[in-house]
Write a protein of this length. Structure first.
Length: 150
């Protein structure tokens, strides 16, 4: 027992002669573990926030793509339908992201040629999609010309 105490005193720290070197090394390892754990937790929190931002951006992109697809489909329907498009029309389209109000307005284009002759049968069609995203009103519009001889 006495030999063990003498050995511990010989291996003790210069700042605290009663603290053995072996114990001092374990304390230093504990600080290293706490520091490493803190850095790891900060990294995981930052990564979680990044993943959340990516999911939000992906959802917004999918919603915008769906709106553009609705507008594109309605434009194709109008172009394929014979006759003059309706002067005003409203409809509601149910999507996976909520209801979208689709507003259609048609007016004569009133285009003229270089020599001043008015082009007849050309209509300007405006499609507007309105929806809410998180309680904030959003809208997207599309304008195109439709020619119907007549």
């Amino acid at each position: 027992m006495l030999a063990r105490r003498l050995r511990d005193m010989r291996q003790s720290s210069p700042t605290n002669p009663l603290l053995p070197r072996r114990r001092r090394r374990f304390g230093f390892a504990l600080y290293e573990v706490l520091l490493g754990l803190t850095i790891f937790v900060i990294g995981v929190l930052a990564l979680g926030r990044s993943v959340q931002n990516c999911l939000t951006a992906s959802t917004l992109t999918a919603e915008d793509s769906r709106i553009r697809l609705i507008l594109s489909n309605r434009m194709a329907e109008i172009q394929a339908t014979p006759g003059v498009p309706d002067s005003a029309k409203e409809s509601t389209v149910d999507t996976g992201y909520g209801a979208v109000k689709l507003i259609q307005k048609t007016t004569p284009a009133q285009l003229t040629e270089e020599n001043g002759v008015e082009l007849t049968g050309v209509n300007l069609v405006t499609l507007k999609a309105e929806w809410d995203r998180g309680g904030v009103p959003q809208s997207e519009s599309l304008q195109f010309y439709v020619y119907r001889s007549g």
